[in-house]
Design a protein around this ligand. Structure first.
Ligand SMILES: Cc1cc2nc3c(=O)[nH]c(=O)nc-3n(C[C@H](O)[C@H](O)[C@H](O)COP(=O)(O)O)c2cc1C
Length: 182
């Protein structure tokens, strides 16, 4: 299995407005692959306008905020080489242009080349609460697929990691997750 980096992907809506979504970026050598599920806004945006900015962040409130519909809180800056935007909070970002699409009825794979990459701030180390928040966000993003009880149990099992190792940002993200439990 290839390496997957959990990121925040910025695409452009039909009216030119930015759309942010947490997405796994599959790393295939120099190429990046995005595999958005059908149907999703990211998929529709990529079909219409095949550019994307991938943002690598450590503020997990952005993952939790997007999954719990807090869409307007995340400042953006213009991208350098493609039409679009990147997150101001990105530690690093990559700007992508489409190479080809491998069609699939549920999850087409968009393969990109990196046309610009930049580092903006240092990575300050691993943190278990951040990983817990990301796992909880993945569970919440599958609300329509998984039984509610299974999601609640899996998120409860992650809570000790937040209790033991969270800072303020991770605690805030966790309150949004708890409020959104099915
Ligand atoms: C860490 C993380 C990774 C995700 N990766 C993917 C992915 O690779 N493909 C996908 O379709 N959805 C993924 N999701 C779920 C989407 O973020 C979610 O379905 C979101 O609503 C995207 O839909 P939108 O483009 O309509 O906003 C992921 C969610 C999280 C929290």
């Amino acid at each position: 299995m290839p390496l997957i980096r959990e990121s925040i992907v910025a695409t452009l809506a039909a009216d030119g407005r930015p759309h942010l979504a947490p997405l796994g970026v599959i790393v295939e050598g120099e190429r990046r692959i995005l595999a958005p599920f059908h149907p999703s806004t990211t998929l529709a945006n990529l079909r219409r306008d095949a550019v994307a900015c991938v943002n690598y962040v450590q503020d997990v409130r952005i993952f939790a905020g997007l999954i719990t519909h807090r869409r307007s809180h995340w400042p953006l800056l213009p991208a350098e080489r493609v039409r679009g935007f990147r997150l101001e909070a990105a530690l690093a970002h990559e700007e992508l242009e489409l190479v080809d699409i491998v069609e699939d009825p549920t999850r087409p794979r968009f393969r990109f080349r990196v046309v610009h990459a930049a580092v903006h701030a240092p990575f300050d180390g691993f943190n278990r609460a951040r990983h817990a928040v990301i796992e909880a966000c993945i569970l919440l993003s599958r609300r329509h697929l998984l039984p509610a009880e299974q999601i609640r149990e899996a998120i409860a099992a992650l809570a000790p990691l937040v209790d033991k190792t969270a800072g303020e940002a991770e605690r805030e993200a966790w309150t949004w997750i708890r409020d959104a439990l099915p």
